[in-house]
Design a protein around this ligand. Structure first.
Ligand code: ZN
Ligand code: FE
Length: 257
């Protein structure tokens, strides 16, 4: 399985998963259809699945046109998103498995950004070495999604599940928000040297218009304030040792940043 990143809209990424031998592809969160159709044509692939993480229009906007172009494809999404994802056929819950091109992904139910949000995790294989996590707007490189429909308690629980995956899990998040996230992160975790290094690397990468997604979970655990509620530095910033309070405080500060 290979993965291609398609930048669309102002800062979204669509991910195309594909298998060159079988000539099939699946797409994660198609905000728009045309860039996906163009790439499918270029690579000569048939689209067999849409994996949606949640119902927001910048994640499902291309569903309808893709279904028209490939009427046999299957549209996957979370069970709680019933009625909100165009063309949804499969209603997934925690622990379900989905498969594509001989690989299977585990589904995580991760409410917080929305009440129905899910993630897809492909564990590493002997040949790849890395796992692949498609987490929509839940974990971002250096940040996390806003709480539109969920509570801090839910988000801590959701991120807590993802945070336990192996270090070598690639984080395929749906937006290029990394630079802005790290600008904030250094203000709440000021003595974190690995974070400082990352901030400089990302400033350089973005000044050269390079993508910073995917990120690695191991690096997120070391530098992303929204995965670090149990670290003394963040607890000090939030003036609490309670996980949910620390998270909620930092999230609130980011909302105002
Ligand atoms: Zn969203
Ligand atoms: Fe989004």
């Amino acid at each position: 399985m290979q993965i291609k990143r398609i930048p669309v809209l102002s800062d979204n990424y669509i991910f195309l998963l594909y298998d060159q031998e079988q000539k099939i592809a699946a797409v994660v969160d198609p905000a728009e259809a045309q860039p996906v159709l163009d790439l499918l044509k270029e690579l000569d692939l048939e689209l067999v699945a849409i994996f949606n993480t949640h119902h927001h229009s910048d994640h499902v906007g291309g569903n309808q046109k893709l279904i028209q172009a490939f009427p046999n494809l299957c549209v996957y999404g979370g069970k709680e998103d019933k009625g909100r994802i165009p063309g949804q056929q499969v209603f997934l819950v925690e622990g379900d498995q989905v498969s594509f091109a001989g690989r299977s992904a585990e589904v995580f139910f991760i409410p917080g950004h929305t009440k129905a949000h899910i993630a897809y995790y492909f564990p590493p294989t002997e040949t790849t070495g890395t796992g692949e996590l498609f987490c929509g707007d839940t974990i971002f490189a250096g940040g996390c999604g806003r709480l539109f429909e969920g509570t801090p308690t839910q988000m801590v629980d959701s991120i807590g599940k993802l945070r336990q995956l192996p270090d070598n899990t690639r984080i395929w998040c749906a937006h290029e928000y990394t630079l802005g996230n790290l600008k904030f992160a250094v203000t709440v975790d000021p003595d974190n040297e690995i974070l400082q290094q990352r901030f400089h690397q990302v400033q350089k990468a973005r000044s050269q218009d390079e993508a910073t997604v995917p990120s690695l979970l191991g690096l997120e655990r070391q530098t992303n304030p929204f995965l670090r509620w149990d670290q003394p530095a963040l607890q000090q910033t939030a003036n609490s040792t309670d996980s949910v309070r620390v998270f909620a405080k930092i999230r609130g500060m980011k909302d105002q940043f």
